[in-house]
Design a protein around this ligand. Structure first.
Ligand code: 13P
Length: 287
């Protein structure tokens, strides 16, 4: 069932668990994530970066593929499709392409410009019943060409953005896209508590879900995080499984060169990764 992310995130916030956002890159990833959500009776969000949208031949293709799979695979759990770290233009393009949910990442702009642009997109999205994620304080590291400094968000700025009617708020609290460095200081829970106090009931989003220890994930959920984004971990699992299959020479045996066989181990690896995350986030049986 294709839905905006609003209701599933409000339920997660109230039930003290988090919905996983897993980024998609192609048909196999999409199918693996949807089937895992259905098998585990979990709500799910499919994240689409601008680069991935382009790779998959455009946002309309993405929506066509997801709609088709929901119908043909009998996916009855709540599924949202969400633009990840969208630019202002990207967010508008996704609204037009029928996305049920968008993120506008205005964290690179001065706060007043971030507010102005977020406000405009919220008005458009709200009129269509779409959910909107805004960002304050850049997430560190690089994702699909979007580079962030890893700024810690200012709770007062979070309060201003939350007041615009966004559905969910991503706030930098020391989280980083990709792998965490050895000397990473961990999540800044003091700031998270202040953001929570400043934004009231707003479901908060934790980006950079790869490599955050389970105890920190659970603490973040207890402090208001209702959505956690995972991308790199699926990429690593997919790449490792595909590489292993080739290194073992299985692609040279029988019909190993069949693309469906070649991609099958990576497909299974994504399913296992997503299942593990859904268990940690507590979203299993919450559809
Ligand atoms: P990771 O790649 O670190 O899992 O982060 C994903 C993310 O935050 C997508 O927005």
């Amino acid at each position: 069932m294709l839905v905006s992310a609003k209701e599933m995130l409000e339920k997660a916030r109230d039930g003290k668990y988090a919905v996983g956002q897993f980024n998609i890159n192609n048909l196999e990833w999409t199918k693996a994530i949807l089937l895992t959500a259905q098998e585990n009776n979990s709500p799910v969000i499919l994240g689409v970066s601008e680069g991935a949208g382009k790779y998959m031949a455009g946002y309309k293709t993405v929506m066509g593929m997801v709609r088709g799979m929901i119908e043909c695979l009998n996916i009855t759990v709540p599924v949202s499709v969400h633009l990840d770290h969208g630019s202002y233009e990207g967010a508008k393009a996704c609204i037009e392409a029928g996305f049920p949910s968008i993120m506008f990442d205005g964290s690179k702009y001065p706060i007043d410009e971030n507010i102005e642009k977020t406000k405009e997109l919220v008005a458009q999205a709200n009129a269509l019943g779409l959910s909107v994620e805004a960002e304050v304080g850049a997430i560190g590291g690089e994702e699909d060409g979007v580079i962030g400094n890893g700024d810690i968000a200012d709770p007062e700025e979070c309060k201003r953005i939350a007041a615009l009617g966004v559905t969910m708020l991503a706030a930098g609290i020391g989280n980083i896209h990709g792998k965490y460095p050895e000397n990473w200081k961990g999540l800044d829970f003091d700031t998270l508590e202040k953001i929570k106090a400043a934004t009231g009931n707003m479901p908060l989003v934790l980006h950079g879900g790869t490599g955050i220890p389970t105890d920190m994930i659970k603490k973040a959920i207890s402090l208001g995080v209702a959505k956690i984004n995972v991308n790199t971990e699926c990429q690593l699992a997919f790449a490792a499984a595909t590489r292993k299959y080739i290194e073992e020479g299985k692609d040279l045996q029988g019909k190993g060169f069949d693309p469906r066989k070649l991609l099958a181990p990576g497909f299974e690896a994504i399913k296992a990764t997503v299942k593990e995350k859904m268990e940690i986030f507590g979203s299993v049986n919450k559809a």
